[in-house]
Structure formats: C-alpha cells, structure tokens
Ligand binder design. Structure first.
Ligand code: ADQ
Length: 448
C-alpha cells in the first residue's frame, strides 16, 4: 500500500500535536510511512521553494513558509475573506479583489511544485479544507496521477450563493480534479453536486459521481467526529478538578464554546438568553451562562465587528440583570485548556451550540460525550450545524428565532431526568458508533 500524504494549510504543531484530526490520521500516516505537509506558520521575507522536514514530532511532517504578501492574499484574503464567508452563506461580507485570487492560486501552484519533489506515484493524497482546493488541478498539470481526495471542513453553498464568486466555475473545476470529494453532511454533498452540474455543466451519475469534462469525481458526505471514549474519560477525570467558585450548587450552568466568528451565532444567543431572563424573573440568580470565545483572524474587519457586537450585547444583558451577587453572562475571550473545557461541559446543564451555519460543529459532540449518563445535560443545537443531521435527539432550534431559543432554554432547564437520559443515550450511541476512526476509515476506503 502507498503512503498517506495528508495536506492541510497548517501542519499540526509542536512535539505532541493533538486534536481529533491529528489523532485520527496519526496511525495511518505512521503505518504507511506517510507525511503531513502544510505551511509552517512562519512568515519570512524570501520563502524557499522547498519543503523542509520538521523533526520534533511523533510522525513525519514537512512544511514551507509564506511571505507577508502571501499570508495577506492567500490566507487572510481569498481563504478567509472570500471562501469562508461565501461557504457560510455570508455573501454580504465578500471582499472580492484580484490580488486575493492571484495570491491564492500562486500559493497553491508553488505548493504543488514543491510537492512534486516529494510524492511518489502510489502515494494517496488527502487534502484538507478550503485553503487548498486547487491543489489537485495544479498537481495534475505537473503530471501527478495519484489518487487524490479532498475533505471540506466548512459547509458548501448552493449554486446561487456560489455564483456570487466571479470565478465560481473554477471552484467546480478544482473540485473535479479529486477522485473523492468529502463533505460534512448530506446537505453539503447535495449542494456540491448541484454546483458542479448547474454552475459548471457537469453530468450527475449514479452513486454521487459527477462527470465534468474529462474528469470524474465522487462527492459524498463523511461527517467528521470525535474520539468520544477518550473525551468521556477526559471529562470524568475533571469532575472534581474545576477551579473553586466556577460551579455553585444553587445555580444552573449554561455553556457556549466557539471561536469568536460571525458564523457561530453568538449575538443571537446573548439576545435569546436576555429574552429568557426577561420572561422568567424567578430564574434570576439561579442560572449563569459562560461563553468562551477566543478571538481568531484578528485584524479582519468582520472579526473586529463581531467582537464589538458581542461585547456590547453581553454588557447590555449584564447591565440589565446583574446584581452584586450575580452576573448572568461571563464572556471569556481567551482559549481554555482542553481538560478545563471537558470539565465545564460536564458541569453544565445546557450547551448552547447555535451557529448560523457550520460544517459540523465538534463542540456539540464534545458536550454530549462529556456528560454524566446518570444525570446528563441538554444540548440545544442549531438546525444549520452539520451535526444536526446526526444529532436529532438534541433540542433543535433555528438560531435566527430568538423567541424559540429562549423557550428552548426553559424547556431544557425543566426537562425531566428520564427525558434527558433518553436523549443522551440516543446521542451517545451515534457518537460511539460513528467516531473519528470511523470517519477517517470511511474516507480512506472511498479513496481506495
Ligand atoms: P471550527 O469552526 O473551529 O472548525 P468546531 O467544530 O466547533 O469549529 O471545532 C472547534 C474546536 O476547537 C473544538 O474541538 C473545541 O473544543 C475547540 N475550541 C473551541 N473554542 C475553544 C476555546 N475557547 N478554548 C479551547 N478550545 C476551544 C471547523 C468547521 C466546523 C468543523 C470543524 C472540524 O467550521 O464546522 O466541525 O472544522 O471539521
């Protein structure tokens, strides 16, 4: 069997890289003598056109550096101010500039050339995420005949949304150069097939195959997952280790955990919690909401705006309802260690996971895995998270409907133990049978 070459924008960093994706692919990379390749995270004046070995980890990694202009155009520009908002349906936030697209293509071309020095014909190549969609096309133009798969971690838009991009047809052609295109959900797989057939005039065939020009690719859903066993053990070990004062016996706890991103629906959540407090005086002082949201992509205007909006709204709710013993919302703008997160999930009675649009959303899965099965908390989940396709036993809400979310908070707080247990058991069954090993095996089997 050939090696697995795993490619993502950033290589997993440090001597002990963690995270679901790394854990899932680590073994296969090692067993096949494979390599993880991507950017190093370092910005230099004159980047070398050569992949260098990163020698400090448990599996083989190679990386290259970006210049400041590449970082601005490829990463902050086309990836994060064009593709990210576009794929999440936020066409109002698109920043269309020729230098962004040129920079994006140029980094992908440069990367493809460097890869040609490293890959062998029988390697399987698995490319991750929206930063690197054109890679297969450029590798093929340089003569690569490898089997190549692509997995998109974000949602994929429908044709009318994709057409907001002046070069919408290119995106379809880029995708068609992979043998397998993996999406997070059936929703996204259907959208991608619709784009390849309607925007680019491809022909749909049975089994999710699409013919576009001389290329044929298969588009299917491979919902990403977590190591639920491992996360459950992590949470169990944290039961008595949370810092004192975090949990108060007389108070119920609501938790939200998201990178500070406009797709996550945090302002709507703050409004819904405010609405809940306005409706239920008797719950004042008996419930607190901790929202943990470290900033990302700082310096991009849309991210500065979401920070301001969320700060304003949490301040408003607290100003309205706090007293000297109680602040309804604790809004924390920094990352929290994974173990502490696991402990907080387990201590919470409710998780609010209400993105406006999300490829999957792993926080929903982590929260469920962390619960005590004897006395589990309730997951309130957006219908627009990819996770909602698998997690039907959550309380499913429309994140635009503030009143419905306020009602769901009350429903969750009042939910009888039996009902909570039944829902948790059903959700846990999904997480244990469809874990991250199931996900990577499914994709790699499809790739062949
Ligand atoms: P994200 O948009 O980053 O991922 P998500 O799936 O929720 O969203 O994953 C976030 C991860 O970061 C979780 O493991 C979470 O525990 C961790 N995290 C979040 N906030 C944190 C904090 N404050 N401190 C520490 N850790 C924190 C993208 C897509 C998703 C898709 C994933 C995986 O947008 O839809 O599910 O990739 O494919």
């Amino acid at each position: 069997m050939g090696r697995l070459i795993c490619i993502s924008n950033r290589i997993p960093s440090g001597p002990n890289p963690s995270g679901g994706l790394v854990v899932a692919l680590h073994d296969t990379i090692k067993e096949t003598g494979g390599i993880w390749i991507g950017t190093s995270g370092e910005i230099v004046e004159n980047p070398e056109n050569r992949l260098r070995e990163i020698n400090d980890g448990p599996f083989r990694r190679m990386a290259f550096d970006l210049s400041e202009a590449e970082q601005q155009n490829y990463y902050f520009g086309f990836s994060n101010q064009v593709l990210w908002p576009l794929f999440h349906g936020r066409t109002d936030l698109l920043e269309i500039h020729a230098e962004y697209l040129d920079g994006y293509k140029e980094v992908n071309r440069r990367f493809a050339k460097m890869l040609m020095e490293v890959i062998r014909p029988d390697d399987r190549i698995w490319v991750h995420d929206y930063h690197l969609i054109p890679l297969a096309l450029y590798l093929r133009q340089l003569g690569a005949t490898n089997r190549m798969g692509f997995f998109l971690h974000t949602p994929f838009p429908n044709p009318i949304t994709l057409e907001a991009l002046p070069n919408a047809g290119d995106v379809c052609e880029w995708l068609a150069n992979y043998e397998v295109v993996g999406m997070q959900s059936e929703r996204d797989a259907r959208a991608a097939i619709a784009c390849l057939t309607e925007v680019a005039e491809g022909r749909e065939m049975a089994g999710g195959f699409v013919q576009l020009g001389a290329r044929q690719c298969r588009i299917a859903a491979f919902p990403i997952a977590i190591d639920a066993q491992e996360f459950r053990s992590l949470a169990e070990a944290q039961v008595d280790r949370l810092p004192s004062g975090v949990i108060k016996p007389e108070r119920q706890l609501i938790i939200g955990v998201d990178r500070l991103d406009y797709t996550k629906g945090v302002p709507q959540r703050f409004k819904a919690f405010g609405e809940f407090l306005a409706r239920h005086d008797n719950w004042h002082r008996h419930v607190s909401y901790i929202q943990i949201s470290p900033p990302t992509r700082e310096g991009v205007e849309a991210y500065d705006n979401i920070r301001e909006e969320t700060e304003h709204l949490s301040g408003w709710v607290n100003g309205q309802y706090a007293d000297i013993q109680w602040a309804p919302i604790r809004f924390i703008n920094r990352p929290v260690p994974r173990e502490t997160l696991a402990g907080l999930y387990r201590a919470a009675q409710i998780a609010l996971v209400t993105p406006l649009m999300d490829g999957m959303n792993l926080v929903a899965k982590e929260f469920v895995a962390a619960q005590n099965p004897e006395d589990p908390g309730v997951l309130i989940l957006s219908q627009f998270a990819g996770a909602a396709e698998q997690m039907e036993d959550a309380l499913i809400v429309n994140p635009h409907d503030i009143e419905q979310m306020a009602t769901a908070i009350m429903t969750a707080l009042a939910m009888p133990l039996q009902d909570r247990r039944r829902r948790h058991e059903a959700l846990m069954d999904v997480l244990l049978s469809k874990d991250v090993a199931w996900w990577s095996k499914g994709f790699l089997t499809a790739l062949g």
